[in-house]
Design a protein around this ligand. Structure first.
Ligand SMILES: [Zn+2]
Length: 276
């Protein structure tokens, strides 16, 4: 690491700084918890799990940071309608949760929304300057009012996306394996929603995979069990296999709601782990 830093300084000294540098060096990647849902049934997360098991699940956003970009993967939630309808503990607004990393909301350059469920998309308008990336098929599917509400995608979220669109900040991703920024690529995932996506990011050593709800828990991956909320099991298992291939031997894979993320990776603050 030190060698790489010296290399960067040498490059700056010799005037060889290029836009490729962040990709070469890789991103710092963080998992940031902004809330917990207590005693959540594991059988709602892992298909076929014992129906008596419960777990306090983490509600997270993920930060990808390079010298030139501050990218959020998912934006959490903050609106009262969601806070009232769920039993939520340890809640702080996602924008306040990332302040512990010295990130101001206006410094976030991009928000990659993995899917349009309320707990992943609602907070996107906390970040006033960010471009907001969603799969085009996901966005277009949920524009139909009859496909909202009971599916976990809410009218308030779609109205927010319309505002982003009018402001020129909505960036629609055209399918699988698309670069969103140097060193950051999105892949279409399993059918947790109409067209979910997950994120691969260069950390400097290997790729980290931000799976979001394509994996709820490590248990899904370890037992090769589909997530419980999927339109079909095959697409989810296929996405899991691909994530393993993309991640390689270091297996820097971060599921959407597993509190074990904060045990597996190094804590730099309570509720903030660095993925490396
Ligand atoms: Zn979801």
């Amino acid at each position: 690491m030190r060698f790489i830093r010296l290399g960067l300084l040498a490059a700056i000294g010799s005037g060889l700084v290029t836009s490729a540098l962040p990709a070469q060096l890789g991103y710092q990647v963080y998992a940031v918890q902004y809330a917990q849902l207590p005693a959540f049934p594991v059988s709602a997360l892992v298909l076929g799990a014992d129906t008596t098991r419960t777990k306090d699940v983490s509600m997270m956003v993920w930060v990808l940071r390079s010298p030139t970009r501050t990218i959020l993967v998912d934006a959490g939630f903050y609106r009262d309608e969601f806070l009232k309808s769920w039993k939520v503990e340890k809640f702080v607004r996602p924008s306040a949760a990332i302040a512990k990393l010295d990130i101001k909301p206006e410094q976030v350059t991009d928000v990659i929304i993995t899917h349009l469920h309320w707990d992943h998309a609602d907070g996107a308008d906390l970040f006033p300057n960010a471009n907001v990336w969603v799969q085009r098929a996901e966005y277009e599917h949920y524009q139909a009012p009859e496909r909202q509400q009971r599916t976990g995608v809410f009218p308030v979220t779609m109205a927010m996306l319309e505002k982003f669109k009018r402001a020129g900040r909505l960036k629609l991703v055209e399918g699988d394996s698309q670069a969103v920024a140097p060193g950051v690529r999105v892949y279409t995932g399993g059918r947790h929603t109409h067209e979910s996506q997950y994120v691969s990011v260069a950390t400097g050593g290997s790729e980290a995979i931000i799976a979001s709800d394509n994996l709820y828990l490590y248990e899904n991956l370890e037992r090769r069990r589909p997530i419980a909320a999927t339109w079909d099991t095959v697409s989810n298992l296929r996405a899991q296999e691909r994530m393993l291939r993309l991640a390689g031997p270091r297996r820097l894979i971060v599921p959407g709601h597993d509190p074990a993320v904060f045990e597996k990776f190094t804590l730099i603050e309570p509720g903030i782990a660095i993925i490396r």
